[in-house]
Design a protein around this ligand. Structure first.
Ligand SMILES: [Zn+2]
Length: 269
């Protein structure tokens, strides 16, 4: 077996330690002689990038991934069950959005490979085959910080909705708050949500972040202007008080008291 490097990552991030979990803006510079492979590349908004993680360990089969607080045997995962760079063949695989292509330089929105990483291949991301909406994962680790949680939720919501708007951001804030209050920033085993029928952008946000669906009944629409989360033994409700929709970036940073009133009730008492 023989691999040929086709390009190299250009990024402001020079070490793995500095790399944000969700990557950073970057470019892929194709090596001279590979440009012809970009013919009709512009047909695709997103691509898979395969890279050779040359600094990774190659002789271990179990690791404790980033974000896992249990450093004992419970935190150990087989390398084929995680995306850790450490593996027999340290191939990195990341889907990313293409921003611009100029000559041999492909700018992408965010990539989690450090500067200088050899690139092995680029493939189109096929939404018809690669997006499996109903796929699920059991929790591996928790977000490192609340900011990391919000960023991850925002990306999931934007990926689903395809544009940014105030109600999308409000949905992100609500799910973020709910996960912090009730699940130590993680996810419940099963989501059950009711959302306002009058805020369809927020419904998209909730679907994108929780993979709930109207068809399966894990998401329902109601006529009140609130989001309800059904707990094992009660209810958590966010009654929306945000009056005018505005800049989504402002909603992401607004104080909670201008966004909602929070209620919780127990069904066992
Ligand atoms: Zn919208």
């Amino acid at each position: 077996m023989e691999l040929r490097q086709i390009g190299v990552v250009r990024s402001a991030i020079k070490t793995r330690k500095e790399m944000p979990t969700l990557g950073a803006p970057a470019a892929i510079e194709l090596l001279p002689g590979f440009e012809a492979g970009l013919l009709r590349f512009e047909k695709h908004s997103h691509i898979w990038v395969l890279a050779w993680l040359d600094q990774a360990e190659r002789d271990i089969l179990q690791v404790t991934p980033r974000g896992v607080s249990d450093q004992g045997p419970e935190g150990l995962h087989g390398v084929f069950a995680v995306r850790s760079p450490a593996r027999p063949n340290p191939i990195g695989l990341t889907a990313c959005r293409v921003r611009n292509v100029e000559g041999r330089l492909i700018q992408v929105e965010r990539l989690d490979f450090i500067d200088g990483t050899p690139v092995l291949d680029l493939k189109p991301y096929f939404v018809t085959r690669d997006a499996i909406f109903s796929a699920g994962n059991s929790r591996i680790g928790l977000p490192a910080t609340r900011e990391a949680l919000q960023e991850s939720l925002w990306i999931q919501a934007c990926n689903f909705h395809g544009e940014q708007c105030a109600d999308l951001a409000l949905g992100v804030r609500i799910v973020e708050d709910y996960r912090v209050r009730f699940h130590d920033m993680g996810e419940p085993e099963r989501w059950r949500i009711a959302a306002p029928a009058s805020r369809l952008c927020m419904v998209d946000a909730l679907m994108g972040m929780t993979r709930t669906s109207l068809g399966r009944g894990t998401l329902k629409l109601h006529d009140t202007d609130s989001v309800k989360f059904f707990l094992e033994d009660g209810l958590a409700e966010y009654t929306i008080s945000l009056e005018a929709p505005g800049d989504p970036q402002l909603v992401l940073r607004a104080p909670e008291k201008v966004l909602w009133e929070f209620w919780t009730s127990s069904t066992t008492s």
